[in-house]
Design a protein around this ligand. Structure first.
Ligand code: KG4
Ligand code: ZN
Length: 354
């Protein structure tokens, strides 16, 4: 089954195509055929954050060329070769979601293709199921069948930090999430405090490479709380307070702050994820969302599993599949979602784990 996934929930306009193969015992492998991403990020760099109106206008410009390119990259296929269309219907920015949803509805109507509305957050989890990519640094996942249930997934994006438990495909139990800022949001806001380019996550990771993570002792809010919730706004305030005591921020100090912040965020995310994985006795841990592209977090989770001699397997998508993309939406649709008549599909900016 070949699925076209369309993703326009934030500033990216993306279309990806996956081919899912179903075996006797259900879905087995998911092959990535194409993935095209056009981002309006440079336009938001000046304002240090996403301007929803600008993002949506750019998405109107790019949605058709991006879909066309994704189909062309797929061995010169045409839209007739697509079996179903999946689209992100929430959560996200209303204007941005509308562009993807209305385009997908139109394609579904004109070409008579089933339409599968898909939750963006679940898309981040299912990025892990896209196999047949064999060049990952430390995790080689060659088949969706390698991921065993039950599992814990940590979703860390610009707007969300959530821990979920999955007993099987499509069965999602929310365990906890952030009470204030998301991890990505913390990276972005701290990046802004340090005058780093937007988005803060990749900029902080880059600056941290030459920094010492021991130089600043930033707090790890809720590290030992008896739940699976997170809180990152205190970390941002601590950085703000630290900066206000420094007369001149030089590159070395910025690097040390970045390394220390990155370590604090990694410690919190790793600690809570392993706590959930141990308590729920899962077989797999999955990571997803833009912050999952952070190498410190990827390495931190891996080494903690090894150091604690835990038996569960860790899965992390390739970095290009961590940030928003259409392929992950197609992947989630293949495993979990059902087609809905196009005239019944609407955006849901507040959608969470339904
Ligand atoms: O999942 P995503 O692409 O979009 C949302 O659904 O929000 O995540 C974007 C977030 C931003 O906050 C960005 O700063 C963060 O992911 N991010 C990173 C890295 N790459 C992106 N954070 C830390 N390290 C990175 N390498
Ligand atoms: Zn996302």
């Amino acid at each position: 089954m070949i699925i076209l996934g369309i993703e326009t929930s934030c500033d990216e306009t993306s279309a990806g195509i996956v081919e899912g193969v179903t075996g006797e015992e259900g879905p087995r492998t998911l092959k990535l055929l194409s993935n095209v991403v056009s981002s309006s990020l440079p336009l938001h760099a000046k304002t240090g954050g996403i301007v929803p109106e600008i993002a949506a206008r750019e998405q109107v410009r790019f949605i058709i060329p991006v879909i066309k390119k994704a189909i062309e990259q797929c061995s010169n296929s045409t839209i007739n070769d697509i079996d179903a269309i999946a689209v992100t219907y929430g959560p996200g920015l209303l204007g941005s979601l509308l562009v993807g949803v209305e385009t997908a509805k139109t394609l579904s109507f004109v070409f008579n293709k089933p339409l599968i509305p898909t939750n963006h957050l679940i898309g981040h989890v299912y990025a892990n199921f896209i196999g047949e990519i064999h060049n990952s640094k430390f995790i080689i996942q060659n088949s969706a069948a390698d991921i065993k249930f039950p599992l814990i997934a940590l979703i860390v994006s610009g707007g969300h930090t959530d821990l979920v438990y999955m007993k099987k495909h499509g069965s999602i139990k929310w365990l906890g999430g952030t009470r204030d800022d998301a991890a990505g949001e913390a990276f972005d806001k701290i990046g802004r405090l340090l005058n780093l380019p937007y988005p803060g996550g990749p900029a902080i990771e880059k600056a941290a490479l030459s920094g010492n993570s021991e130089k600043f002792k930033f707090p790890r809010p809720m590290l030992d709380s008896n739940d699976f919730d997170f809180s990152f706004s205190g970390l941002k305030t601590a950085v703000l307070r630290e900066i206000s005591t420094i007369e001149q921020l030089n590159n070395r100090t910025i690097a040390n702050i970045c390394a220390s912040v990155q370590q604090a965020i990694t410690d919190i995310l790793v600690n809570k994820t392993l706590k959930a994985a141990t308590q729920f006795k899962v077989k797999s841990i999955l990571l997803g969302g833009g912050v999952a592209a952070n190498q410190k977090l990827r390495d931190g989770l891996k080494s903690s599993i090894i150091n604690n001699e835990l038996s569960m397997k860790l899965f992390i998508p390739e970095k290009f599949l961590c940030t928003d993309n259409g392929a992950m939406i197609a992947a989630a649709a293949f495993f979990t979602s059902k087609a809905v008549p196009f005239d019944k599909v609407n955006t849901n900016p507040q959608l969470y784990f339904a």
